[in-house]
Design a protein around this ligand. Sequence first.
Ligand code: XMP
Length: 513
Amino acid sequence: MQRHECVVILDFGGQYTQLIARRVRENHVYSQVVHYTQPISVIEELKPKGIILSGGPASVLEEGAPRVDEKLFTLGVPVLGICYGMQLMAYMLGGKVEPAAQREYGRIPVNMLSSSALLSSVAGESQCWMSHTYQVKQLPDGFVSGARSKNCANAEMENTAKALYGVQFHPEVTHTEKGGTILKTFLSDICGCAGDWSMAAYAESAVEAICNEVGDGTVLLGLSGGVDSSVAAALIYKAIGDRLTCVFVDHGFLRKGEADEVREVFTKTFPVRLIAADASDFFLSHLEGVSDPETKRKSIGRDFIEVFKKEALKLGKLDHFAQGTIYPDVIESGSVAGSSVIKSHHNVGGLPKELGFTSLIEPLRMLFKDEVRALGEELGLPSSLVWRQPFPGPGLAIRIIGDITRDKLTIVRDSDAILREEIAAAGLDRSINQYFTVLTGIRSVGVMGDERTYDYTVAIRAVTTDDFMTADWARIPYDLLAKISARIVNEVGHINRVCLDITTKPPASIEWE
Ligand code: XMP
């Protein structure tokens, strides 16, 4: 679906692969990550202007180490191997890779030669990020070395005639002082990329691709109220207007004001055909007395499918099914190229088959979260929606410890709204990645006025994280905490105690259930 110039990043399992993809896009060049096990035809079909081989944890000398089809080096497309990628290129083209006498890790001074096509613009010594135990000891025929460090004679290698390049260091990491310039040289000067990719361009080509795929057909999309499905809806709406039908299942566990905002945006700014099903009674009825977290999740998942399916069936046959899968979901589900796995926490697994859709449309499949947000802004979605923090599918139901009642939902929703309001007012809403309140199962004794109270304890959970796999607890200023606590006990009924969760992940998780 991309008609923009594209650079393929072949992934060997390196920890910086996504970062390479980002850096390429920062140069306004569209990038696509492809797992090394994919057949070379997948790469050829993308008609890349350049190929980058990522780093990876393996050693090329190991049996079963990742390899590529040799044809990759004869496609006539410039290739840049990074760390493992360089070693693999050297090894496969007849060079020698050996364990380094001294392992290099961290910031290492590297001397770049002015004779190097890749490095001449950064000639001289600069700091580079290294992380390797093996190195290229003997270059393949036709290659010359363009950089050296104290312990690595071939910190760079190149064969300009064949447009093959390798660097032992990591140009994508900010610790490599001149890394940005080196990648820019590769993309602009060596691959000849014009750098005309932008969010506006992406939106334009994505709209065109959706039009081509859908033809004069119809599309169904499940709106969750989150960023991804909202951006996908806005984009598809741009392409096919009211031939897009969105089903928004309100399970009753959304945050304060969110259901209304979704209804407002998708009836006014993007007037799709919106089916908003208020199913809160239905969901709640199955949760009476349920306190086990997984049972709650399963019940909500089951009900979600049921309600969604019921609404979808009422609509008659629609041709395509769309969802807001984004790149990290693709990675998570282990399906990098061309597969159509439905991510499980979308709660709609299994639906498309049953409802007889002809195809699955995922216009955000190649974007990172912040790029999805940029696209949302580009399309004109309100920033309150675009910058919405992540929110679990089961919603507030897993932020009430123990069984769920309407009263408890009100407590957690109202205390959460106060927390969000104060964090935003303090300007911390973009630096704290996720923050919410939890209604703990604890009741404790307090005094209010002259009265003894025996009421609930609310916990504040606020974390900073890059990937939500690990997280630190956010250092919210004491004065702000004092204000939040006072407002919660004063404004929300049945709360007489507020606690702060100061646990990292691991060992705790971000959510309490
Ligand atoms: P944990 O609690 O596992 O959360 O540290 C990591 C991130 O995942 C979100 N989360 C969920 N998202 N369905 C979802 O769609 C779920 O059941 C679920 N549980 C946790 C959580 O909010 C955090 O961002």
